[in-house]
Write a protein that binds this ligand. Structure first.
Ligand SMILES: Cc1cc2nc3c(=O)[nH]c(=O)nc-3n(C[C@H](O)[C@H](O)[C@H](O)COP(=O)(O)OP(=O)(O)OC[C@H]3O[C@@H](n4cnc5c(N)ncnc54)[C@H](O)[C@@H]3O)c2cc1C
Length: 281
C-alpha cells in the first residue's frame, strides 16, 4: 500500500491530484473500521496527520471556523463549546474518550453518514463546508454537500479544509436516542438552535432521513409561540405540538436499529424536550 504523508495542505492537494484513488485518512475511526472488516482495501492512503492547516480553529467576526482536523475532544473544550454549544453537546455523545481523541469533524463530514452526530447540528446552523484541491477552493452549504446516505458532493481530489458556523446567538441543544448512553450509533438525533435577536429557531435531524433534515414548518410555527424578550415559551404546552410538527418533517426508514414509527416518536420527544430546555419558564 502506498502511504502519502504530506506536510502541508498544498502538498496534500497535489498528492491527491496525482493519486485520485488514494483514501484520505484523518483519525481513522471510520476508515480503519472498514479496512479491518475487509470492506475496503485501499491501494493508497493519504494521511492528514502532518497537515497543520487542518488542525486549528478560530473566530472570524460572528463566524466560527473549524479546521477539518478538529477532534471531538477539542469540540468539547469550553472555548469552542461557548461559541457552538450544540456542537460540543453532539461531540460529547460520540463514541468513547479514545474515539473522541482521534475522530474529527472533517471525518464525520467525509463519511457523510445520516447518523453522524455533528451533521444535524451543522444543518441547523446552516454550516458551510470548504473544499480544497489543486484547482482551487469552493464553499458549499451543508444542504448541497450531503447528497445521500454516505454520499457527498466532495470530488475524489478534494480535501475538506474547514467547516464554518455562526457563533451562538441563543440557547442550543443536541439530543440523541440510542439503545444505551455511550458508544452508540444514534437511532435519532436532533439539534435545535435559537437566534434570540433574529427571533428564529432552527432544527436539524439525524438518522431519520437519507441526509440531515430541517423542519421548516415547525421552525416557522414556533416563532410566535416564544416570548422572545423573556426567553420562554408563551405556553409551555406548545412544546408538544412543536414535537409533532418536527416529527412530521422526519423521513425515517425501518432498519435493524429501529422502526420508522419509533424514530418518528423519538424525534417528537427530542424536539419537545429541546424546546422546553431552551425556553424554560
Ligand atoms: C467505536 C466507534 C464509535 C463511534 N461512535 C460514533 C458516534 O457516537 N457518533 C458519530 O457520529 N460517529 C461515531 N463513530 C464514527 C467516527 O468516529 C466519526 O464518523 C468520526 O468523525 C470520523 O472521523 P475520523 O477523523 O476518524 O475519519 P476517518 O476515519 O479518518 O475518515 C472518515 C472518512 O472521511 C474521509 N475524510 C476524513 N477527513 C477528510 C478530509 N479532511 N477531507 C476529505 N475527506 C476526509 C476519509 O477519506 C473517510 O472516507 C464511531 C466510530 C467508532 C469506531
Amino acid at each position: 500500500m502506498t502511504v502519502l504523508l504530506p506536510d502541508s495542505l498544498d502538498r496534500a492537494c497535489a498528492q491527491l491530484a496525482d493519486h485520485p484513488e488514494a483514501h484520505v485518512l484523518a483519525g481513522g475511526t471510520d476508515l480503519m473500521v472498514e479496512v479491518n472488516f475487509g470492506h475496503r482495501r485501499p491501494e493508497a492512503v493519504l494521511s492528514l496527520a502532518r497537515v497543520p492547516e487542518l488542525k486549528g480553529w478560530g473566530r472570524d467576526g460572528d463566524t466560527l471556523v473549524l479546521g477539518a482536523g478538529v477532534t471531538y475532544t477539542e469540540l468539547c473544550d469550553p472555548a469552542i463549546a461557548e461559541l457552538a454549544p450544540a456542537l460540543a453537546q453532539a461531540a460529547r455523545t460520540v463514541g468513547s474518550p479514545q474515539i473522541r481523541n482521534a475522530g474529527t469533524i472533517g471525518g464525520n463530514l467525509g463519511t457523510g453518514s445520516p447518523a453522524g452526530d455533528t451533521l444535524p447540528v451543522l444543518a441547523a446552523l446552516d454550516a458551510t463546508v470548504e473544499l480544497v484541491s489543486v484547482t482551487g477552493r469552493r464553499t458549499l452549504p451543508l444542504a448541497e454537500y450531503c447528497i445521500g446516505p454516505k454520499r457527498t458532493a466532495r470530488d475524489a481530489t478534494e480535501i475538506i479544509a474547514s467547516v464554518s458556523v455562526p457563533v451562538a446567538r441563543g440557547p442550543q441543544e443536541y439530543l440523541k436516542v440510542g439503545p444505551r448512553n455511550a458508544m452508540v450509533i444514534s437511532v435519532a438525533g436532533l439539534a435545535a438552535v435559537a437566534d434570540i435577536e433574529g427571533r428564529r429557531v432552527a432544527v436539524g435531524l439525524g438518522s431519520v432521513g437519507p441526509v440531515p433534515l430541517r423542519a421548516p414548518e415547525a421552525e416557522a410555527w414556533v416563532v410566535d409561540r416564544i416570548d422572545w424578550s423573556a426567553g420562554r415559551l408563551v405556553d409551555p404546552a406548545d412544546a408538544t405540538e412543536f414535537g409533532s410538527l418536527v416529527a412530521a418533517a422526519a423521513r425515517p426508514i425501518d432498519d435493524h436499529r429501529a422502526t420508522a414509527d419509533y424514530r418518528r416518536h423519538c424525534v417528537s420527544v427530542l424536539a419537545r424536550r429541546a424546546l422546553t430546555r431552551m425556553f424554560a419558564a
